[in-house]
Design a binder for this molecule. Structure first.
Ligand SMILES: CC(C)(COP(=O)(O)OP(=O)(O)OC[C@H]1O[C@@H](n2cnc3c(N)ncnc32)[C@H](O)[C@@H]1OP(=O)(O)O)[C@@H](O)C(=O)NCCC(=O)NCCS
Length: 235
């Protein structure tokens, strides 16, 4: 009996294989009882092991490597998970009390200027799954909060001209413009910040916005393209 015969017999519920389908169905329903005290211990041990692994990875491996890679990393860095995936050799400075979520991708691998720079101020929080693409300069001011899945670009990423893009031509200096994010700015989840922009101190970029023009200080912007919704007068 070949494999095809076995498959055919199972499909047609012939011979012992007529028990295969009910057995598989019965197996899929098998569940262990939830013995709370026992599972409480197992859960606690698992959590402790995870915390221990995370702590060890952070202290002995991730943070030293990030400190090695960066020109400066301040005190009390809170690296929440894996190392940011850093492409290229641009200069990175990170201030004190900074939180960095995971995973993050920081691309400083363009060859437009000799040294691209990513400067992150004190007490900045950069949440999970960020993309920061730096061909020249991205500066993030003190106390700024950047939510999850925000993308920041100081460059056009790929040439507009189809032939150049097809040829995978690099971007040029005129397709690059620095991004300056002020102090105490809040950038909502899944927002995108395009090249050449300044976002003024204390401003808020609402969730899911695509910012294509500079934002004055103390202003709430939202939408795609982001427009000013109102001044922030709350103290
Ligand atoms: C920016 C934010 C705080 C504004 O909250 P708010 O002051 O309560 O704003 P309102 O609900 O009064 O909305 C004001 C106007 O902006 C619009 N608006 C608010 N958020 C918007 C958004 N993300 N996109 C488009 N328009 C938005 C509202 O529709 C409303 O328009 P209307 O006056 O025509 O009705 C909130 O919308 C937001 O985006 N929060 C970010 C959440 C987030 O990213 N969390 C991650 C954890 S850090």
């Amino acid at each position: 009996m070949g494999w095809e015969d076995i498959v055919a017999a199972a499909r047609e519920d012939r011979g012992v294989l007529r028990y295969a389908r009910p057995a598989r169905r019965a197996l899929r329903g098998v569940r262990l009882p939830v013995i709370r005290p026992l599972l409480g211990v197992v859960y606690g041990v698992t959590q402790l092991a995870l915390i221990g692994c995370h702590f060890s990875a952070k202290v002995f491996y991730r943070e030293p490597l990030l400190r090695y890679r960066c020109a400066r990393v301040g005190k009390r860095l809170n690296l929440e998970g894996a190392l940011p995936q850093i492409v290229g050799n641009g200069r990175i400075e990170i201030g004190d009390d900074v939180t960095i979520g995971a995973p993050c991708t920081w691309d400083l691998g363009f060859s437009v200027v000799p040294t691209a720079e990513l400067i992150i101020g004190d007490r900045v929080s950069i949440n999970y799954r960020n993309i920061i693409s730096v061909a020249k300069s991205v500066r993030i001011g003190d106390d700024t909060l950047i939510a999850g899945e925000v993308a920041i670009f100081d460059n056009i990423s790929h040439p507009i001209a189809p032939a150049k893009r097809l040829a995978r031509a690099p971007i040029t200096a005129d397709e690059v413009a620095p991004v300056v994010i002020g102090r105490n700015v809040w950038i909502g989840v899944r927002s995108i910040i395009m090249r050449g922009l300044t976002i003024g101190d204390n401003s808020i970029v609402a969730a899911g916005s695509v910012v294509t023009k500079s934002v004055p200080p103390n202003t709430l912007v939202a939408g795609n393209p982001a427009v000013a919704i109102r001044p922030i007068t709350e103290t």
